[in-house]
Design a protein around this ligand. Sequence first.
Ligand SMILES: [Fe+2]
Ligand SMILES: [Fe+2]
Length: 294
Amino acid sequence: MGDSMLDYLSIRVLAEDSVEYDSPYLGQHGISLLLTAGRNGVTYRILFDVAQDADALLVNMERMNIAPSSIDAIVISHNHYDHIGGLARITAAAKRTDLPIVVHPETFRTHFTTSPFLKHIGAPASDSPSRIEEAGGRLIFTTDPLEIMPGVETSGEIPRNTDFEDAGLSIRQIKDGHIQEDQVIDDTSLFARVRGKGTVVITGCSHAGIVNITDLAAKRWPENPIALLLGGFHLIEAGEERIEQTAAALHSAPVRRVAAGHCTGFRAQTALSRVFGPAFEPLRTGLEITLTGE
Ligand SMILES: [Fe+2]
Ligand SMILES: [Fe+2]
């Protein structure tokens, strides 16, 4: 399955909408995942999204014995406040200089909803590019796939091919002073490959469509099975038909294991659980999944 594969990958859920019974961790609306990726004796730590509440995230990291200074790079899935909120504070806590932070060039656009009232839901003003860079971050703006290390790369912009998926929200942006629909074109995933296991797909909200994202990973490495699909699938407002089509498409992809939460929604989690059986589990704060290469 190729040379650039990881020897192991662990994914720790630092922040998510739910917590387990008797959990020591704080939940919040949003998602933040820590990837610890190992290859040839070298370990690299990638933070994927920071949710929206830096205080809660830092408490959880402390309780999990994860030093913010151990983060080597940050990847942001898209501009929503529940994925990028507090990025400047988390960057400052990492106490690094030129900490690489990979974002889509459109990340800091004006991005709002008018339902039930006018509200900005993009990157908060307190997480502007200058604040992030003053805190020690080095923003890397690209629409292309970017290799973070051999075995881990970003998806780049995701082609939207399926006829049953959309961004799942009614949001607007401003272009040249005019109001436009916003399809969250910046939605980006992370793809990792573990030796002998296959491709791991990690998503923020999947506004590009979880089937489109999975198809892209399957096409990029056709020799690999999708060992794990983990993240938010944004099916919370989807109709039953889309949910059923999605579960069936993922199952026949074939995806071997699914861990979904955040904006996936209870109905879609139930449908995925029905289709995948014990290969499905809901995401929750503190969950850790480790894949060891063979
Ligand atoms: Fe989102
Ligand atoms: Fe989200």
